[in-house]
Each structure stands twice: as structure tokens, then as C-alpha cells.
Write a new protein. Sequence first.
Length: 138
Amino acid sequence: MTDRFKDYEPRGRRGFTAQLKTYGPFRANDGVIFGVAKGLAGYFGWPVGLVRLILILATVFLFFWPTVIAYLAAALIMSPAPAERLDTQEERDIWLQTQLDPSAAMEQLSRRARGVEKRMRRLEDFVTSREYAWQRKF
């Protein structure tokens, strides 16, 4: 299991998808084909070459189409690994929320932006007021 989220429990949704997106395995961002083999190797602690060799041997000698379909399904199900290490609880919450429910994350971001804009307007109004000009002179 990856150490990024070992002490983190997702809030609200605790189903299979939330567990998968929280604890991994994650697709590697620098993998060869979708990053599935590298992500699985990192998750299980195996060498990447071994996982790739197993996948190639399974594709060539066992069942071509089932292995290809399983690989593509894994690429669709596994979420991409975070670009950076997530150290704080707030970073983990934001990342997990964007993975589980992107529309809700966008709504929360829009709400925050509106709040910041409102505060900026109040600050701008105060700085351009006559009272501020008088206070600045003294």
C-alpha cells in the first residue's frame, strides 16, 4: 500500500471507488503505456520489469484479448497518481474531492473565489475612500 494515504480516511463516501482512489494503486504519470504496470509495481513493491514481463507473457502465451481488455480496464479504473506528495490533510481532501466528485470540487472552488473577490472589493473600496486618504496623511 502506498504511504501517501495510509492514515487518511475519505469523508462521506467509503465505497470501493473511494477506497481505490484513496489508497491506490495509482497509474504512474511517467509510465510507458498508460502507466498501469509501473503503478501496480509501485503498489505491490515489485520491480517494474517483472510486472511488465508478466503482462507481456500473459498477453503472448495465455490469452491475448482478455489480458488486453483487463489492462485497458485497469487503465480506466486506476486514477492517476498525484503529481506531488500530499503532506497536509487539506491537500489530501482537495485531491480526493477532485478525484471523487469533480463538479462538487469546482463548485467549492467557485464559492471560495467569490468570497475572495468580495473581500478584495471591500479592500479596494476602503483604499480608494476619502477616510483612508485622511488616515494616510496623518
